[in-house]
Write a protein that binds this ligand. Sequence first.
Ligand code: GLA
Length: 389
Amino acid sequence: MDPITMKLTFSLALTLLAANVLGGCQRATPDKTPGMAARVSQATYGRMPDGVQVDGYTLRNSKGTTMQVITYGAIITSLRTVDAQGEFADIVLGFDSLDGYLHDPPYFGAVVGRYANRIAKGRFTLDGHEYQLPVNNGPNSLHGGTRGFDKVVWQATSFENDSSSGVVLSYTSSDGEMGYPGRLDVRVTYTLTDGNEVVVDYFATTDKATPINLSQHSYFNLAGDAKRDILGHQLRLAASRYTPVDSTLIPTGELASVEGTPFDFRTLTPIGARIGESNQQLTFGIGYDHNFVLDRETSGLSHAAQVVEPESGRVLDIFTDQPGIQFYSGNFLDGTITGKGGRVYQHRYGFCLETQHFPDSPNHAEFPTTILRPGEEYKSRTVFRFGSN
Ligand code: GLA
């Protein structure tokens, strides 16, 4: 284990120990840290067209970082972090109110599932049964279908302790929902720590074998408040291989070397440096929209990605226990969405780094399995750590 991972694992262990010890504290509680406002507050965020209430939770840490999460889609609606000059700004794309999220934005800030990413033709065979999912992305099923986990209202409770606070979101996906087999009980916990980490813990159980692949679909722009495109951000990915795709963005099955290609991000490289090169994979993705195979020595949490925004000095580090990460360079943003504070989200004004299993795994026996069976527990963790240089 490298020193950064070891330090991170240790601080997470402490955080979780504290969370467990204080596990009874399930609601926002009055100020306990001298000089600091309560770490969690809750308010009504809006109402669904059928009247169901959507709540918003605001988490804050001792460093002044704040994060808002809503129960619709388990969406992170804002994340305000500090830059090198000490200025706070919002580094995720989104809207000022529920209405924007209800008009089918491209998964801004949401938890995507039951199967993040694509399943070819929305079809797979499991234990001899063929299943058909709704097709919602060309010929394929994307991010759980027409009404995935990004479009449902989750149940939530909050917690806080001396060094962190968080929200636990739960959702039960019924047997057959969006074509998937089995009742799936899902829990996603967001924890904001005083170490400026957002820890995302996923947990699920099922009563029938089902594919599952959960991910977080935040669009980041580390410049803050989406003031320019993300092409100048520098990216490093711990990936020597990626999964090339066909023209509909389904993996061919090959694990190709990144060596000598625009997909080599093994050292910090501006996202825009090679995005315009003539390359069939970049043409298929209209830029980067590819799953990278993470190089890992152990099965636990390991460093997957680093992003540096040179002007603000903001740095994002991502750690995960997942085998892959989808790097999407915001290619479908085209200026038709107006988000928070009236900002127009132009082409490539945000990027996503979605930790996950490989796309279309249910149709690729050679990929790590995504099948969850009754009696098993789906558990996964991703950590986003924010800093500045
Ligand atoms: C994922 C996909 C992209 C795109 C975005 C949402 O990241 O891989 O192709 O569909 O979601 O627009």
